[in-house]
Design a protein around this ligand. Structure first.
Ligand SMILES: N[C@@H](CCC(=O)N[C@@H](CS)C(=O)NCC(=O)O)C(=O)O
Length: 201
């Protein structure tokens, strides 16, 4: 969501919700988002959760610069790349899932990492092959400008690096990461530049 807001050059205010302090599970936030997950976008007209829904809303409300291609078939390609990440990788490695593995099912930290790496490897391998087939230029997932797919990919690479996932088999994904992370919109959306990041408190 932060990357989309930055790419569209929109003004917004951060209201941090700490996952570490479990603020996302407290009544105040649950009233805003009963699912208890971040992010939530609150505007003067509406309150929206689910990142893909938020970004599609921003795309419709603020079409420039576009985050989806102009043809229906290419839009479907970009949405498919995005959903590999947002629907099939990220949910499996989310905090509540990994906490369930360790706290409820009794897995060790190293077993949790095996799980984490497995789903990243599976998803990124498929994504890398798909990018190859699409003729990705290794700068963005699709075409020559950032799209919804890059917006989904960059935070997932960040997570993979954070959990020491082997990344050497994905030259295109690594190239896209390096290129996007040289852009101010991606840098200003990164966790390290947020006001509630531990380094900034
Ligand atoms: N499908 C949701 C997932 C949101 C999500 O997983 N948010 C994470 C942080 S990146 C979260 O709130 N996790 C809390 C938890 O797992 O308990 C979306 O795309 O917005």
């Amino acid at each position: 969501m932060r990357i989309a807001l930055a790419l569209k050059n929109l003004q917004w205010k951060s209201l941090p919700v700490s996952l570490v302090l479990k603020e996302h599970q407290q009544d105040k936030y649950l009233q805003q988002n009963p699912q208890g997950m971040v992010p939530t976008l609150v505007t003067d007209k509406t309150s929206i959760h689910q990142s893909l829904a938020i970004i599609e809303y921003l795309e419709e409300q603020y079409p420039e610069p576009p985050l989806l291609p102009s043809s229906a078939s290419n839009r479907a390609v970009v949405r498919a790349l995005s959903q590999i990440i947002a629907c099939d990788i990220h949910p499996l490695n989310n905090l509540r899932v990994t906490q369930f593995l360790t706290e409820d099912l009794g897995l060790s930290e190293s077993q949790k990492l095996v799980w984490y790496h497995h789903w990243i490897t599976e998803g990124f391998s498929a994504l890398e092959t798909k990018l190859e087939k699409l003729g990705s230029n290794g700068r963005y997932c699709f075409g020559s400008t950032p799209t919804l797919a890059d917006i989904c990919l960059i935070p997932q690479v960040y997570n993979a690096q954070r959990f020491d996932c082997p990344m050497d088999k994905y030259p295109l994904i690594n190239g896209i990461w390096a290129h996007c992370m040289s852009k101010p919109e991606f840098i200003q959306a990164s966790p390290e530049t947020q006001p509630d990041h531990p380094a900034n408190l």
